[in-house]
Design a binder for this molecule. Structure first.
Ligand SMILES: NC(=O)c1ccc[n+]([C@@H]2O[C@H](COP(=O)([O-])OP(=O)(O)OC[C@H]3O[C@@H](n4cnc5c(N)ncnc54)[C@H](O)[C@@H]3O)[C@@H](O)[C@H]2O)c1
Ligand SMILES: [Zn+2]
Ligand SMILES: [Zn+2]
Length: 369
């Protein structure tokens, strides 16, 4: 896989999934990334996955993603090359790629708001090329990568690139879940389910899961949701109020990103409650302050900072957090368009998280299925 570069030398090529505007994805040959800054690493991807945010990008909800962008902000791989200032990693290390790039030095990084880093933030698969490819360039590799043990399962680890820290930080922590709370999570996609796993760590009395997809609701029950509400009839809010003696919930986590689900949250929030928005919104929502102004509620928004990634990784390594159970389907990179179809039609396909492995991995480990 090499083609002549402008200077006559041959340029190494790779396969990558490229966004060409709303609803247009193509698996293409693209030049293999190279080190641009001394703090960069190039990682050979072994496993990547698709996020609900990628589906928002496909709908055209995320205008920072332009035509020609390689998508993907989640990945596990092996360090292939490093810039001279990368101190924490060496060639051949197995690593987790965090969706958040952080310089570690700017005013926002100093406040642990890594997603707002002045020269970083959510860059991968957004404003720079991402992980749904054979290789990716990771800026500020010392902070953006986490060392993985060779034994850790790729699929368990790749859940830590985005969804588990998101569920923890934007869901459980923003919602300030306490023992005995009644928590509702609107959206039982991988992020909503990750929020469920995170919320459980704080011993709420009740976790009510709301979705349109009975399969995902069933999975939520198996993960520890105490009640499941199918909202296809538009009556989810009434149902939740009935389940809570008309008091509402202490914490409402929005994990979809559309006005209808934001509305459910504001209809079910109890006085003194916390509404934690997780979903990426492409359209405005109406905040009903004429009803909520006197309710003592807190509304939070957050882009995941990935400050909890190392803690969550420790839990996965020690077996106290089973992240692999979020994976339902497995594909090769050559089948990534099928993987997108499966994830986008989750109810029909009974899909949760879908993983994508590179063919190269197959050559190295011929026994792998
Ligand atoms: N804030 C952050 O930093 C951050 C990080 C990652 C993901 N996200 C966002 O989190 C959201 C969820 O991600 P995901 O990967 O789970 O997405 P997903 O698309 O797989 O899941 C969304 C779920 O919402 C359900 N849903 C759709 N309409 C509904 C309705 N009217 N009522 C109830 N449920 C409904 C779907 O059935 C689906 O199960 C997305 O908006 C994603 O962009 C935010
Ligand atoms: Zn994501
Ligand atoms: Zn910074």
């Amino acid at each position: 896989m090499a083609k002549p570069a402008d200077n006559g030398k041959s340029m190494a090529m790779m396969k990558a999934l490229v966004f060409h505007g709303p609803h247009k994805l193509v698996l293409e040959d693209r030049p293999k990334p190279v080190i641009l800054q001394p703090t960069d690493a190039v990682v050979r991807i072994t496993t990547t996955t698709i996020c609900g945010t990628d589906l928002h990008i496909l709908k055209g909800d995320v205008p920072t993603v332009v035509d020609g962008r390689i998508l993907g902000h989640e990945g596990v791989g092996v360090v292939e090359e490093m810039g001279t200032n990368v101190l924490n990693f060496k060639k051949g290390d197995k690593v987790l790629i965090s969706l958040i790039t952080a310089c570690g030095r700017c005013s926002f990084c100093r406040k642990a708001m890594y997603s707002h880093c002045r020269t970083g933030g959510w860059l991968l698969g957004n404003s720079i090329d991402g992980t749904q490819a054979e290789y990716v360039r990771v800026p500020y590799a010392d902070t953006g990568l986490r060392l993985l043990t060779p034994e850790i399962d790729d699929e368990a680890a790749v859940m830590l690139s985005c969804i588990l820290p998101t569920g923890m930080e934007c869901g459980a922590l923003c919602g300030q879940v306490k023992p005995g709370d009644i928590v509702a999570i609107v959206g039982a996609g991988p992020v909503g389910l990750a929020a469920l796993l995170a919320v459980k760590l704080y011993s709420p009395a009740e976790i009510i899961m709301i979705d349109l997809d009975d399969n995902r609701l069933e999975v939520a029950r198996s993960f520890g949701a105490t009640k499941a509400v199918n909202s296809s009839d538009g009556k989810a809010a009434e149902r939740v109020m009935a389940l809570t003696r008309a008091e509402g919930v202490d914490v409402a986590i929005e994990a979809v990103g559309i006005p209808a689900t934001f509305d459910i949250c504001q209809l079910i929030i109890a006085p003194g409650g916390r509404m934690a928005n997780v979903g990426v919104h492409g359209k405005p929502v109406t905040l009903n302050l004429e009803k909520l102004w006197a309710s003592n509620i807190t509304l939070t928004t957050r882009l995941v900072d990935a400050g909890t990634t190392s803690m969550l990784l420790g839990m996965v390594e020690r077996g106290s957090l089973d992240s692999k159970k979020l994976v339902s389907h497995r594909f090769r990179l050559s089948e990534i368009l099928k993987a997108y179809d499966t994830f986008a039609n989750a109810a029909k396909e009974h899909a949760l998280k879908v993983t994508i492995t590179t063919a190269r991995e197959k050559i190295i480990h011929p026994g792998m299925v």
